[in-house]
Design a protein around this ligand. Structure first.
Ligand code: GLC
Length: 778
């Protein structure tokens, strides 16, 4: 494919390597991130994920001795050989990533048959042929993470995944090769050193982590360019930061989006929606958001309302607003073929729909029957779609739920040769399928931003790398089964490691019937997932927090209220995420990479830096085996007992208890008890400090702003930097950096596990502590 290296040229941050058959370009993005590019398909890169590559000046040296071309930065040493074989070392000369030199050699699969192959979603007999293919040496002690939304275990070793956004309504099994999202980003971890590979190719692509043969792992695509980034940590934190520097960070959302959300297919007509809204308030269960699924529309025509079911939507939405509810409406990409329907007529006239190869508008079926598909590759179409968001926003809708945007179609898949117009270049469905939803989200984001000047809230089902800039994700149509509750944890953790920090699952499960016990356990997980939405399918047993018995309702109330207490902490994390890309719900190895025992824990997670959650995900279980990572001490949230890290403990977990641990010395802001975000204005900042037995120090930054606009980016933001030092005495210091017009009047500090003998100082003044708390005027 490449042949021998003939010579090379250096141009700015690039090294162009001329092979006998083709030229490759190696770009140093920075000292630890490198891009490898070979134009097999197009000369120019046409990335939908990477918008701005920060090409700072990078110091590097290049040497060539006819066999090997070496590129060296302060951090990496990259050897490039004939046939574009690449080996990458760290500065100590240790190998980080070595290209595999052998031929593909799939394990023998005697008796493999097509039934099994169909179940696994990819061919088992024989093996896939790729136009683009890179394989790397796999070592026994390697661990794999990332790749977005995937069923199966946290560690992806031994799995094979296909990137082809797919709406598969059958219950997703552990070995499913493909789901709704394609995020071709893999993290490897070996000897405590983490590296990332981002294969920016949106044709159908595959990642195989030793399923084909455990001597190698590979990525490959059916077409497109070879275009991949290698990034060196050595921490996973740094890898995720570099990956999100390329593809974008999850931005700070509006505050209300962190509240509890209720959905069902469908809350219609409006009387039913109102019944749900009232029940939340009557039953004292906080809730911020109600969703309207497809039945609010007139015959599933997007951007319309069924006026029989929702007489005057504007008035109705206003009524809900007065009760403190935001409404999010579903929008699917499929536009009903229907002369006289404004969106269809306009789109047709202005050429906004994808066509077949002969230029005739392409049709398939979705909910409205015969439908056409907006060409989101075309900036004019995106502009038009963005403009349509105003229709919804002007009525008082607060967010948009982009569904079916793989795109899903009921009359067979869209053929490969359906044509889209990528601003002048005609491209086929085969090339752009995996970015279709991504581009729809981009258009939606622009439209909502323009119409409201607030941070857009979009929930999307289909994604490509980088969609986190525009939208929140949920994991599609899961089932009300224990298996799906269990699998949701590694799925969300890997989504988080893949840049999608704002993520969640349908709490209680979408398909099948939920049970009181399952909902009780699911809401305990949901309280800690950034997107906290209960959703269920049409025809299934009702699943609202009160739908079962008093015990289940009480448990729902307890955890939803706990969530509202955690909202300021979650918001602070989201703010930090916009700077660092750090996920919210994260595997323990993210914070404890030096503790190998954390590498394959599927059923526990850290909620940011300070909280560890070990939910019960087994039917009937009333105990939980918890691993507490080494290096910190952990305080049981419910009992105050303190444990040393680096040990397994068994915790009692009756149905209303989810084992939760707080890292000792943590500072955690506490949200007000309220029915919805903003009901009670925060004039007092409450902080919980968990002290523990050992001395030490910690710092926490809390933010306050208007919670909805982009003003925080221009300094309209308060930062409260709290430092806590525990020695013979406890010293708490607060530094304020005030940029926002509103401020707290007081600060209340609750000292958990404080020894009575200790003196307490706040900003160097001794404080009298009563019942472990004190209040200071600000
Ligand atoms: C899809 C969505 C689901 C929604 C349904 C009806 O199955 O994944 O969440 O309720 O369509 O719109």
């Amino acid at each position: 494919m490449f042949g021998k290296i003939l010579n090379y040229e250096v141009s700015e941050n690039k090294v162009l390597v001329n092979y006998e058959k083709i030229q490759s370009t190696i770009t140093l993005i920075n000292e630890s991130v490198v891009n490898f590019f070979v134009p097999f398909h197009r000369e120019e890169r046409n990335s939908k994920a990477v918008e701005n590559v920060l090409n700072s000046e990078v110091k590097f040296e290049v040497k060539f001795d006819s066999k090997v071309l070496n590129i060296k930065t302060n951090v990496l040493s990259i050897n490039i050989y004939d046939d574009f074989k690449v080996d990458i070392y760290n500065s100590k000369g240790e190998i980080l990533c070595r290209d595999y030199r052998g031929e593909r050699d799939p394990f023998r699969r005697l008796g493999a048959n097509s039934t099994l192959a169909a179940e696994e979603g990819h061919k088992l007999e024989g093996h896939e042929e790729y136009k683009i293919y890179v394989s790397k040496v796999m070592e026994n002690d390697m661990y794999f993470y990332g790749l977005g939304e995937r069923t199966g275990s946290l560690n992806k070793k031994g799995y094979h995944y296909r990137n082809w956004n797919t709406d598969d309504p059958t219950p997703h099994g552990e070995t499913y090769a493909q789901l709704y999202k394609s995020i071709p980003f893999l993290i490897t971890l070996k000897d405590e050193e983490a590296c990332g590979i981002f294969f920016d190719n949106h044709f159908e692509s595959h990642f195989d982590m030793g399923k084909e043969n455990s001597n190698y792992y590979y990525f490959g695509a059916v077409d497109g360019n070879l275009d991949y980034y290698f990034m060196y940590g050595p921490t996973i934190k740094e890898v995720v930061n570099e990956y999100t520097n390329l593809t974008g960070k999850t931005p700070l959302p509006q505050l209300w989006t962190l509240g509890y959300q209720q959905c069902r297919w469908s809350y219609a007509p409006q009387e039913r929606t109102m019944e749900i809204a009232k029940a939340f308030r009557e039953k004292d269960i906080p809730c911020d958001t109600i969703y309207l699924d497809i039945d609010y529309m007139d015959g599933f025509r997007v951007f319309t309302w069924d006026n029989k079911k929702f007489g005057n939507p504007k008035e109705f939405l206003e009524q809900l607003k007065e009760m403190g509810f935001k409404v999010v409406t579903i929008i699917d990409p499929g536009v009903k073929v229907d002369k006289g329907y404004k969106i269809y007529d306009e789109g047709l006239k202005e050429g906004h729909f994808a066509t077949d190869k002969d230029g005739i508008v392409y049709k398939n079926w979705v909910w409205p029957g015969d439908s056409v598909f907006p060409d989101f590759m075309n900036s004019k179409t995106r502009e038009w779609w963005a403009g349509n968001q105003k229709i919804m926003m002007d009525l008082g809708v607060s967010g948009i739920w982009n569904d079916m945007n793989e795109p899903a179609s009921f009359n067979g898949p869209l053929p490969d040769d359906v044509v889209f117009n990528n601003d002048g270049t005609l491209v086929t469905h085969k090339e752009i399928h995996n970015v279709y939803g991504h581009m729809m989200d981009k258009a939606t984001y622009e439209g909502i931003k323009r119409a409201t000047n607030k941070r857009p809230f979009i929930v999307t089902r289909a994604c490509y790398a980088g969609t986190q800039k525009y939208a929140t994700v949920w994991t599609g149509d899961n089932q009300s089964t224990w298996e799906h509750l269990r699998m949701s944890l590694p799925m969300l953790m890997n989504l988080g490691l893949s840049g999608m920090a704002f993520c969640g699952t349908d709490v209680g499960g979408f398909g099948h019937d939920c049970t009181p016990e399952l909902l009780s356990r699911w809401v305990q997980v949901g309280a800690f997932t950034p997107l906290f939405r209960n959703h269920s399918t049409i025809g299934s047993r009702e699943q609202e927090p009160w739908a079962f018995d008093k015990t289940t309702e009480d448990i729902n109330r307890k955890y939803i209220k706990l969530r509202y207490k955690l909202i300021p902490y979650l918001y602070d994390m989201m703010y930090k995420c916009e700077e660092t890309g750090e996920p919210i719900i994260r595997p323990l190895l993210f914070n404890y990479q030096n503790d190998k025992k954390t590498y394959e824990i599927n059923d526990e997670f850290n909620f940011g830096d300070n909280i560890l959650v070990s939910p019960v995900v087994e039917q009937g279980a009333r105990h939980k085996l918890v691993y507490l990572p080494e290096g910190d001490n952990w305080i049981d949230y419910w009992t105050g007992e303190e444990y040393k890290g680096g040990q397994y403990i068994i915790k009692e977990a009756p149905l209303d208890i989810c084992p939760i641990f707080i890292k000792s010395l943590s500072i955690i802001p506490v949200g007000k008890e309220q029915n919805y975000v903003g009901e009670n204005n925060d004039d007092i900042l409450t902080l919980n400090i968990y002290l523990g037995k050992e001395n030490g120090e910690s710092t926490y930054t809390h933010i306050l702003d208007d919670g909805e606009s982009f003003d925080y980016k221009n300094g309209k933001l308060n930062k409260y930097i709290i430092n806590c030092k525990l020695k013979e005495e406890l010293r708490i210091e607060l530094k304020e950096n005030i940029g926002y017009s509103k401020n707290y009047n007081k600060i209340k500090i609750i000292l958990n596990n404080l020894e009575h003998t200790k003196k307490v100082f706040f900003n160097n003044k001794e404080i009298e502590v009563k019942e472990n708390q004190f209040i200071v005027e600000l």
